[in-house]
Design a protein around this ligand. Structure first.
Ligand SMILES: [Zn+2]
Length: 324
């Protein structure tokens, strides 16, 4: 894994490389950008570069003992803290900061990566703040956050900001085809569904979403097909039922979004492989009827997020989808 694997984030990577090449490494960085755009890869690679015994052209060498340990996720001077449940616990931050203040095991640097800084609550933020205010020499803290707003301003203001942007659709499409062997149709669909997140696109691809989605839509709209048909068509591998249902709702909403587009001049459909069906079906709904269905799907997704009973929420949704 090198910086080259962080696709479409040239400006963020150039910034990190420049800091390394001038020897001006900040005590703390905050990597800001949506999930799945390469923040984790960039953080690990930056840490790897700091520890590398013979870096060249601001890239880690990939061969020294440090690089091999970093690649195997067992470098003793790289710590990673993630949320346990909803929040990052204060004890986890205290322990990580204590380790940060000790001498490095194998290197002069020590790195702490906090993967979802938005999950720092007030207590754990305050514990981290002490270390940010009085950093130990040769320590680097990298926070990752979806948005800057999700982190307390007192924390964010002490970190150098590195912005990771949403990936362009054609970039994701090309990676899916070239590196992951996706078909053109699948790549086009998954890149649009991913909303700029390569991580999401790859998850959908590995999950076979493209090959399942047409059955999923067909069953959801077929009055004869029971509710279980909709649920059972979701991923067999992933156990998380809530996630499966949300995914099914996402697929359905992309379908109705296409029907809405068919009512306008635009033909930039997500379900481009079903263009003829979309054009035909759009004629049997009015603009308002499609809008209503989109609202119902969004409501159901929202209800499920609030832990509503899935069966009741989906039964209600199906009644709304079928009604004339
Ligand atoms: Zn190396």
């Amino acid at each position: 894994m090198s910086f080259k694997d962080v696709v479409g984030q040239e400006s963020a990577i150039a910034f990190l490389k420049a800091a390394f090449s001038c020897g001006r490494i900040a005590h703390a960085y905050i990597f800001v950008g949506p999930q799945g755009v390469g923040k984790s890869k960039a953080a690990l690679n930056f840490a790897k570069l700091l520890f590398c015994e013979s870096p060249s052209a601001n890239e880690p060498c990939e061969n020294c003992a440090s690089c091999l340990k970093s690649n195997g996720s067992n470098h003793p001077d790289i710590q990673e803290v993630s949320p346990e449940g909803q929040f990052i616990k204060i004890d986890a931050i205290r322990e990580a900061c204590r380790k940060l203040s000790l001498r490095g095991f194998e290197s002069s640097f020590k790195v702490l990566i906090i993967t979802q800084a938005g999950a720092l609550n007030e207590e754990s933020s305050n514990a981290l703040l002490k270390t940010l205010e009085e950093p130990t020499a040769n320590t680097v803290i990298i926070l990752m956050a979806d948005t800057l707003k999700s982190v307390l301003p007192t924390i964010a203001s002490r970190c150098q900001r590195v912005v990771f942007s949403i990936l362009k659709q054609d970039v994701i499409e090309s990676i899916l085809i070239k590196q992951w062997g996706a078909s053109r149709d699948a790549a086009a669909y998954l890149s649009m569904m991913s909303e700029g997140s390569l991580g999401a696109a790859l998850r959908f691809h590995e999950d076979g979403l493209f090959s399942r989605k047409n059955d999923l839509i067909k069953n959801a709209l077929d009055e004869r097909c029971g509710l279980d048909g909709l649920l059972d068509l979701s991923s067999k591998e992933r156990q998380d039922r809530q996630e499966n249902i949300q995914e099914a709702l996402f697929v359905l909403s992309s379908w109705f979004r296409d029907l809405l587009l068919a009512k306008t001049e635009s033909r930039s459909f997500i379900n481009i492989d079903k263009k003829d069906d979309i054009m035909r079906l759009a004629r049997s709904f009015s603009f308002i009827e499609i809008e209503e269905r989109l609202t119902r799907i969004a409501d159901a997704a929202q209800d499920l997020k609030r832990n509503a009973n899935a069966r009741i929420a989906l039964t209600r949704l199906r009644v709304d989808l079928w009604k004339q």
